[in-house]
Design a protein around this ligand. Sequence first.
Ligand SMILES: Cc1ncc(C[n+]2csc(CCOP(=O)(O)OP(=O)(O)O)c2C)c(N)n1
Length: 231
Amino acid sequence: GYCRGKGGSMHIADQDTGNLGANAIVAGSAGIATGAAMSAKMRGSKQIAVCFFGEGALGQGLLYEVMNMASLWKLPILYVCENNQYNEYTHYRETTAGDPVARAQAFGIETASIDGQDVGVVYSTMLRLAERARHGEGPAFIICDTYRYHGHHVGDINRSYYRSKQEEEEWKSKRDPLKLVAGRLKGQKIADEKALAKIEKEIRLEIETGVQFALDAPYPDPSEVDLHVYA
Ligand SMILES: Cc1ncc(C[n+]2csc(CCOP(=O)(O)OP(=O)(O)O)c2C)c(N)n1
């Protein structure tokens, strides 16, 4: 697989497709992506960099250092904050003063505050801001409201001490992005129940095949322990 058996979802990297690597450092992606955006600008490659981070990153100084540089140097970068409401087990309102987008606006950065559960809105916003960045008009900061359905980690099973079951159910039943987009496609007669069921079946099969590929793969040879790792 991508990590050659040496990392999990937090360490996926695939430079062939432009994925410079995930990491476990809160806000770490913002520093890496800003460097990539600077490289793209210096090379005149017309590429843009996009980084994703949780709202917990709003408490990290690195984010403000790089947004300052990106604005000054008009770097082609999109900072995407996925606000899933909780920094691990703490509601972000307990850790974040003021308005999140005001932070980016203070650097003169273009901002958008959107419903991250609405596929259409996410698509059109990203398209607009990506084109803007690609044409030398500088960075943007997008905050997408979303939700984490399960625990912060596999052991985070009883979550009632920090959020209610009712809240979880409301996001799942009323604001699920796949249900919302399916409803819209049906309403506009672009897809019917049968077509949607077929897509779901194909995707489930793709995921199951991927999981089976990982389970069947051999462990890396101990002699490779210091290959593809760096600090
Ligand atoms: C620099 C740094 N400090 C602390 C941690 C420990 N830590 C792991 S996840 C997390 C909270 C992150 O919250 P958020 O950005 O909202 O992401 P989410 O939990 O929603 O995925 C913290 C503090 C870390 N990984 N990196």
